[in-house]
Design a binder for this molecule. Structure first.
Ligand code: ADP
Length: 187
C-alpha cells in the first residue's frame, strides 16, 4: 500500500498522514520535513536549498527526486509509504511513477483536498512558528502550490486512483475517510 496525500499548504496533510501511519503501520515520507532536516543538519544540500525554501518556491525536482528514491529503494519501506508533499508538479508525478515502477511498486490511493483554506495557513503560522511560515511566505507557498498542482490533479484523474476528500471536514473526519479507503482496498 503506497499512498499520496496532497492538498494546499496548511490543509492538515501532515496531521492526517500521521493518524493513518499509526493505524496502518505505514511510513510517512514528508519531503518538506526531509528538506528542513538537511538545513538543520547543515549539510551541503541544506546550504543549497535554504534560500529557495525561505522564499516559498519549490526546491529542484532533481534534489527532491534523489531524496525520495532513497526511501523508495529501501526494502524496509517497500509498499508502506505515504507521500506527503510529493509530487508537487507534473514532472514529479511522472518521476514518482517511474521510480515506483523501477522498484516494483505502485500507488494505491491518491487523496487530494481541493479546498483552499488560507485561514488554516495563518492559524498554523501562529501554532508552529516554522521559519518558512511568515505571512508573506505562507501566501507565496500557497500560490506556488496553486500554480503547479492542476496538471498533477489532471494526471491522477486519468487513473482511477484519485479520491477527493472533503476539505470542509475536520482532520479526523478526513483521516477516517482515508482509513475507510485503505480498508476497502486491503479487503
Ligand atoms: P507545505 O505543504 O505547507 O507547503 P511542506 O513542508 O510540504 O509544506 O514544504 C515546505 C517547503 O519545502 C516548500 O515550500 C518547498 O520549498 C519545499 N518542498 C517540499 N516538498 C517539495 C517538493 N516535492 N518539491 C519541491 N520542493 C518541495
Amino acid at each position: 500500500m503506497n499512498i499520496v496525500i496532497f492538498g494546499p499548504p496548511g490543509a492538515g496533510k501532515g496531521t492526517q498522514s500521521n493518524l493513518i501511519v499509526k493505524k496502518f503501520k505505514l511510513y510517512q515520507l514528508s519531503t518538506g520535513e526531509l528538506l528542513r532536516q538537511e538545513i538543520k543538519d547543515k549539510t551541503n544540500l541544506g546550504d543549497q536549498i535554504s534560500s529557495t525554501m525561505s522564499t516559498g518556491n519549490l526546491v529542484s525536482d532533481q534534489i527532491v527526486g534523489d531524496l525520495i528514491e532513497k526511501y523508495i529503494s529501501n526494502k524496509i519501506y517497500k509498499n508502506r509509504l505515504i507521500f506527503d508533499g510529493y509530487p508537487r508538479n507534473l514532472a514529479q508525478a511522472k518521476n514518482l511513477e517511474n521510480l515506483l515502477e523501477k522498484y516494483d511498486q505502485k500507488i494505491d490511493i491518491v487523496s487530494v483536498n481541493l479546498e483552499t483554506i488560507k485561514k488554516r495557513i495563518l492559524e498554523r503560522k501562529i501554532l508552529e512558528k516554522r521559519s518558512d511560515d511568515n505571512e508573506e511566505i505562507a501566501i507565496k507557498r500557497f500560490e506556488t502550490y496553486e500554480n503547479n498542482i492542476k496538471p498533477v490533479i489532471d494526471f491522477y484523474k486519468q487513473s482511477k486512483l484519485l479520491k477527493v476528500v472533503n476539505g470542509e471536514a475536520t482532520i479526523s473526519e478526513i483521516s477516517d475517510e482515508i482509513s475507510g479507503l485503505i480498508e476497502s482496498i486491503k479487503g
